[in-house]
Design a protein. Structure first.
Ligand SMILES: [Zn+2]
Length: 242
């Protein structure tokens, strides 16, 4: 199909616009930060799991401290009760008194022992609480970084979508300047995943790579430079380099 020099200019610009549109679409569908975001999501999952186990460790130690305190409390109550019995002394033989004294001393030893254990567990609890605070801070950091990255990806996508709309509008304007048949051919090739049209720099389709026979190529070289062709293989609009 023979087109005018102005139409040739429009077609060349359309080819450039279509390439720009494909690049924008590619970036829109494959955000540059998608990999980094996936890494942050994985990191978030890992830190969240660490937080869960750190919180569990704290809970376990708190329960141990509570249990020890209760046991100590029971022992202290026994000491009080037996000390009162001892002080009252009512109906007690001297042997009973000795037994009570021994028992009170035994409870005292038990309390000392339990308190030492409790102190150790409390130290462990302090360490576990510090670890939990630290992991909570990391989790907050990762969460914030993930949100910021999601927002920036979204923002970039919005920008790209706006640019794509501009490209599409300009392409529509250019298409209006071209013959209908040529536009249909262009759009058909785009629909097949091709570039629509391509400039021939040699005897190969620049859209699909298909070789153009020597005879056809020779014929093309003899034709008007503004003559357009259809690739036999991919049906893209072809135009010789001016
Ligand atoms: Zn082709």
């Amino acid at each position: 199909m023979l087109i005018t020099a102005d139409q040739r200019q429009s077609l060349e610009t359309l080819i450039e616009l279509a390439a720009r549109g494909r690049a924008l679409r590619h970036e829109h569908d494959n955000p540059k930060d998608a990999g980094a975001l996936a890494e942050l999501v994985a990191k978030h999952k890992e830190v969240a799991a660490r937080k869960t186990s750190a919180a569990e460790a704290v809970e376990t130690l708190r329960a141990q401290v509570a249990e020890l305190s209760e046991t100590i409390e029971k022992q202290n109550r026994l000491i009080e009760k037996k000390t009162a019995e001892l002080n009252a002394g009512t109906g007690l033989t001297s042997r009973d008194l000795v037994t009570l004294q021994d028992e009170i001393a035994g409870h005292g030893d038990r309390v000392a022992e339990l308190e030492e254990t409790e102190l150790g567990v409390m130290e462990e609890l302090e360490t576990a609480e510090a670890a939990l605070t630290e992991v909570e801070a990391s989790l907050a950091e990762v969460t914030a970084a993930g949100r910021a990255m999601q927002a920036s990806i979204k923002e970039r996508k919005t920008e790209l979508a706006a640019e794509l709309r501009e490209v599409e509008e300009s392409a529509q304007t250019l298409k209006a300047e071209l013959p209908d048949g040529l536009v249909r051919q262009f759009e058909h090739n785009v629909g097949q995943g091709g570039p629509g049209a391509a400039i021939l720099t040699g005897p190969n389709c620049q859209a699909c790579g298909q070789e153009i026979s020597g005879m056809t190529w020779k014929g093309m070289l003899g034709n008007d430079v503004n003559e357009t062709y259809e690739c036999e293989e991919c049906e893209a609009v072809l135009l010789r380099r001016g």
